[in-house]
Design a protein around this ligand. Structure first.
Ligand SMILES: C[S@@+](CC[C@H](N)C(=O)[O-])C[C@H]1O[C@@H](n2cnc3c(N)ncnc32)[C@H](O)[C@@H]1O
Length: 370
């Protein structure tokens, strides 16, 4: 089964939905806002009072984060137009994700909020212009848009997902579900090669679509600082899920065979690995390449207070469920999902109670099409 047929975040607005469990990802978008704002500002100025501006959000999912950067783009450009005494451009905004994404919730719940927020600007006397939004289902590891039509691409926490699990990983990574300290060397190589193939395909496709000379792209992926792909900073979250799954095998609830060939289709690259692929593909010049980190505690409830909040294993497990449940449920069946995530919550609560303070590392790259 190809990843694109199975992978999607939990849809709707239910308790286990991505919409209700993606505060950490929202904070990452806020943390990288200065880089995004700079790219948008430089783009607009280099375009010399454009009549239209076209943006794509890749891996947009469905929830409050879906339109966060599109909203910023429209506001920032309108603000610039006000300051420069120019007529704002018409905006075209494309929202992309895999076919299984809950696009209905975007159109029904999130798009109206976006439209309302931008309409409010009109009542505050802001200069306004039309904004056309469309949904574009499909994999970003293929062409999605017409040649030379996009001015700005944004993507956050999406490009670490691979297009497939390499055969060697399925055969050799038996006791792990991701790269782990105990994974054979061939497994690490296979994951890395898949990342290189996928990321270079992504860059090649976008190079056709982004306007030459001016178009910008800001990508943030879950990554690592270390050059060791088995480093705890990127693997620990999945190692703890593997523990929960192994407990289920020991209890006879899930079959060992099914666990042995189950692997997470992700690769969390280092900044050096990202840089190497961008330079090798050659169509984009790097303006910024940065790492940042965010504590697992940021999965707490409040937007502002959570950075200092106590890490809560239940919140971490809730977020991971909203991301990984479709993959797990396809392999092990829907009926065992509550049990898996109860065990995972207990393991996480236990580790965090012992004073561990795990963090995720984000790698952000801002580029211009040559
Ligand atoms: C963790 S969510 C991030 C959503 C949102 N960008 C955010 O920051 O909250 C990752 C999204 O990437 C999407 N995705 C993964 N692989 C993809 C691909 N090949 N093409 C398009 N979308 C993909 C997933 O379906 C999922 O909705």
């Amino acid at each position: 089964m190809e990843v694109k047929q199975v992978l999607h975040m939990n849809g709707g607005l239910v308790a286990t939905s991505y919409a209700n469990n993606s505060l950490l990802q929202r904070k990452v978008i806020s943390m990288t806002k200065p880089i995004t704002d700079e790219a948008i500002t430089e783009l607009y100025i280099s375009m010399n009072a454009p009549k239209d501006l076209c943006m794509a959000e890749l891996g947009c999912s469905s929830g409050p984060n879906t339109m966060a950067v599109a909203t910023e783009l429209v506001k920032t450009v309108r603000e610039l137009c006000r300051a420069l005494g120019q007529q704002p451009p018409e905006f075209r905004i494309h929202l992309n994700d895999l076919n299984g994404n809950d696009f209905n919730s975007i159109l029904r719940d999130h798009l109206p909020k976006f439209q309302l927020e931008l309409r409010d600007e009109r009542s505050r006397g802001g200069r306004v212009s039309p904004c056309f939004v469309s949904a574009v289902p499909g994999s970003f590891y293929g062409r999605l848009f017409a040649s030379n039509t996009l001015h700005f691409i944004h993507s956050s926490y999406s490009l670490m997902w691979l297009s497939k699990i390499p055969k060697e990983v399925e055969l050799l990574n038996k006791d792990n579900i991701y790269m782990a300290s105990a994974s054979p060397r061939q497994v690490i190589h296979a994951y890395y090669n898949q990342f290189r193939n996928d990321f270079s395909t992504f860059l090649r496709c976008r190079s056709e679509e982004v306007v030459s000379g001016t178009g910008r792209m800001v990508l943030t992926v879950l990554g690592r600082r270390s050059e060791d792909a088995r480093s705890k900073e990127c693997c620990y979250i999945w190692e703890l899920l593997a523990l929960a799954l192994k407990q289920m095998v020991a209890e006879g609830v899930i079959e060992e065979e099914k666990l042995h060939s189950f692997n997470i289709p992700q690769y969390t690259p280092s900044p050096t690995e990202v840089k190497e692929e961008v330079e090798k593909e050659g169509s984009f010049g790097i303006n910024h390449l940065e790492t940042s980190e965010i504590s697992w505690a940021a999965w707490g409830k409040g937007f502002h207070a959570a950075a200092a909040a106590e890490p809560d294993g239940n919140n971490v497990s809730g977020c991971m469920r909203s991301v990984a449940e479709p993959l797990l449920s396809e392999r092990f069946g829907e009926s065992v999902m509550d049990q898996i995530f109860d065990k995972y919550s207990k393991i996480l609560c236990d580790r965090l109670a012992k004073g561990e303070e795990p963090k995720f590392v984000n790698v952000t790259v801002s580029m211009t099409r040559k």
